[in-house]
Design a protein around this ligand. Structure first.
Ligand code: ADP
Ligand code: MG
Length: 669
């Protein structure tokens, strides 16, 4: 159903909706609020905490307009009972004309800095007469272009009554699990009567989504037993001899993983295996061994990595451990002539293995006889992208490596289509990374300590969340940090790395760091994935409260890769109880899986899965807040539905696969 069929949706407005990936009324009802405004009750400013959003009824006593300040502002002195506070509006001179002495409703953020008394900055306001609009429990949507909350609310409301919404879960099971009607759930998310209503509705929708997804994985797994076309002639003896090429003894976990791959290659079915292991558990060695087994059997292999830095790192490793084979590298930045040569070699079969980025997925990359695909750090790829690489050969064996320490309990849901091997141990020489939260007053000491350490020959990372600072100026940008550190750490050679650099520049910086031309790398999270520089032993993370725990754990995993003692220093931009509690989980824990489990429990399913940090953004559920239990309920219902003869599974299969196909490029992306 078209958007322009809705009242008040012009073609111009339609374009704004398109920017939000909304193209139909169906999309619109799935445009979930990112938050709610609770205007069902008023609070007193005296009882509000710093940064609370409140709706409050107060008396404006006096209004003053300062147009000559650097930032012109309007300031109102307000009274609530015998409590006085100020409200201030910056760069909104028109407020001076609208506000006079009298009763008002204010809605906005409270600032309550110690000793300075409370104030409100840029609150929305309305005269407290009989005709109040600031009321109810209102959805707040992500916006684009010139869309306003009002415009989205009106459009969604209409779409809700036009779009047909039916649950794929059989009625009997809906009853058994006490589910509310799906259509009312959509209404409840968009037009809730209060917080409880919105939460129950979100949970119901999450159950539906995960029911379909889990069912799809179940179907795919059941159907994906593809018969093996190619045999591998490699022998157990060959593999054993190959393992001796590593300068280290493989850990028990690595050996088990290599054996699992070997067994897959010898089995009658095509391999679809996930090697899951915490950062630093040595997954790359397993991947290299898998590639060896394929090449030794006279087959072709491709290794896909999410970034050029990683792909190059992989290519270098393969070349090192497989000198008797021809290994090439391919990325978007490979010069045209070289690209042509690599493509030709792959198509003819003269190249045995290729490492690359998304460039490998392109249609014009052909293989003589592609047999094995290895995806490193697969959560950065959509399932669909992985599929388009395996489609370049028939019945291709797939090995996926993931360091996203997803909670064990969720493995089945995310990787339901794969067999899973978990590497539980780490190379023995590793020492625990000492992790501490650095209070602001110790910042200078920390920099001095790092300066002296790097002069002794170790290297450090300084990571901050953003390339550019944010509007409020509360987060430093990576370039600002770079400049600051240059001043504060004279004599320390600093490299600068961020996502806006060209791939070629990123490589140069990375290589220079690897070659110890820099003592420290100031970076955004582009270094998060897979980078392996064992000489780096210090990791400093700015605004640590802004990262997901799993992401922090990944970042921390960039150090502690050699046998030297490593350190992770966490700096907090804003200091809250919650942030402290979360960081202490990290401090007291070195097992990524346990950390992810705590993260999940502390944040709830929607938040955990909805952020890029988890590595598992699930389609458009990202704004829904639901408890993790919704996922387990969904799985229980799916198990019930497929194990009982009472339900028509052909209908379920259709719905599940339709959902899967729609999501396959965004799941795990
Ligand atoms: P990840 O699992 O995070 O991808 P890597 O494969 O990058 O980990 O390995 C991390 C580091 O540990 C590398 O420097 C690698 O050479 C080293 N390593 C891997 N396996 C072992 C082992 N069995 N013993 C000692 N060091 C190892
Ligand atoms: Mg890795």
């Amino acid at each position: 159903m078209n958007l322009t069929d809705l009242k008040f949706v012009s073609e111009k407005r339609e374009k704004d909706f398109n920017k939000l990936n909304i193209y139909s009324q169906e999309d619109l009802v799935r445009h979930f609020p990112r938050d709610y405004l609770d205007l069902t009750r008023t609070d007193t400013i005296a009882s509000a905490y710093h940064n609370d959003f409140i709706l409050t009824l107060c008396e404006v006593v006096n209004v003053e307009f300062n147009r000559y300040s650097r930032r012109p502002y309007v300031k109102a002195l307000c009274r609530q009972g015998d409590y006085l506070f100020t409200a201030i509006w910056f760069n909104q001179p028109y407020v001076a004309g609208k506000l006079t002495a009298g009763e008002y409703l204010f809605y906005g953020r409270v600032q309550n800095r110690y000793g300075l008394g409370a104030s409100m900055v840029n609150p929305t306001f309305e005269r407290a007469d009989n005709n109040i609009k600031l009321k109810g429990y209102l959805p707040v949507y992500p916006l684009a272009g010139s869309l306003t909350q009002g415009a989205v609310r009106t459009a969604v409301k209409q779409a809700l009554s036009n779009v047909r919404i039916v649950s794929a879960i059989p009625d009997a099971l809906q009853k058994k699990y006490g589910l509310i009607d799906l259509k009312s759930a959509y209404a409840g998310v968009h037009l809730p009567t209060g917080a409880e209503c919105a939460a129950a509705a979100a949970e119901r929708i999450a159950v539906e989504e995960y029911f379909l997804l889990v069912s799809a994985f179940k179907i795919i797994k059941g159907d994906s037993r593809t018969a093996r076309l190619r045999t591998y002639s490699v022998t157990a003896e060959d593999v054993k001899n190959f393992a001796a090429r590593f300068p280290f003894e493989l850990t028990k976990g690595q050996k088990d993983a290599v054996n699992a791959v070997y067994a897959d290659f010898k089995s009658p079915d095509v391999m679809n295996r996930l090697i899951q292991g915490d950062v630093g558990s040595g997954k790359t060695a397993v991947a290299v061994a898998a590639v060896f087994m394929a090449l030794k059997s006279g087959r072709q292999a491709a290794m896909l990595a999410p970034t050029e830095v990683l792909a190059r790192q992989n290519a270098a490793l393969l070349k090192k451990y497989l000198p008797e084979y021809r290994v090439e590298f391919l990325s978007g930045s490979t010069p045209a002539a070289e690209k042509r040569a690599v493509k030709k070699g792959l198509a003819e079969g003269s190249i045995d293995a290729v490492c690359g980025t998304h460039a490998l997925i392109q249609g014009d990359v052909e293989f003589a006889d592609l047999s094995l695909v290895v995806c490193d750090e697969q959560h950065r790829f959509g399932v669909g992208q992985r599929a388009s690489l395996t489609a370049k050969g028939a019945a291709v064996d797939t090995l996926v490596m993931s360091a996203t320490p997803i909670p064990r309990t969720l493995t089945l849901i995310f990787y339901g289509d794969l067999d899973v091997t978990t590497i539980k141990d780490k190379p023995a020489a590793r020492r625990e990374i000492s992790t501490s939260v650095i209070p602001a007053r110790r910042y200078g000491d920390m920099l001095a300590y790092i300066s002296s350490e790097v002069k002794k020959g170790v290297q450090a990372y300084f990571v901050c969340p953003k390339i550019e600072g944010d509007d409020e100026g509360s987060v430093m940008s990576v370039t600002e940090l770079f400049e600051e550190l240059q001043k504060k750490m004279p004599g320390v050679r600093l490299g600068l790395m961020h996502g806006k650099l060209k791939d070629r520049q990123k490589n140069e910086v990375m290589e220079a760091f690897r070659n110890r031309e820099y003592d420290a790398l100031v970076s955004t999270t582009v270094i998060e994935v897979g980078v392996d520089v064992p000489n780096a032993t210090i990791m400093v993370i700015y605004n640590a409260e802004r990262f997901g725990l799993s992401q922090l754990h990944q970042l921390r995993g960039r150090v502690g890769r050699g046998d030297k003692q490593s350190y992770c220093f966490l700096l907090m931009g804003s200091d809250t109880e919650v942030a402290r509690a979360r960081l202490s989980v990290l401090k007291n824990n070195s097992d990524g899986f346990a950390i992810a489990e705590s993260d999940l429990n502390m944040r709830g399913g929607g938040d955990f899965m909805g952020t890029r940090q988890s590595g598992h953004v699930i389609g458009d559920l990202k704004n829904l807040r639901f408890p993790v239990s919704a996922i387990f309920t969904a799985k229980a219902i799916s198990d019930d539905a497929f194990s009982s003869a009472a339900f028509d599974t052909s209908e379920l299969r259709r719905a599940a696969m339709q959902k899967y196909n729609k999501l396959k490029d965004v799941i795990l992306n």
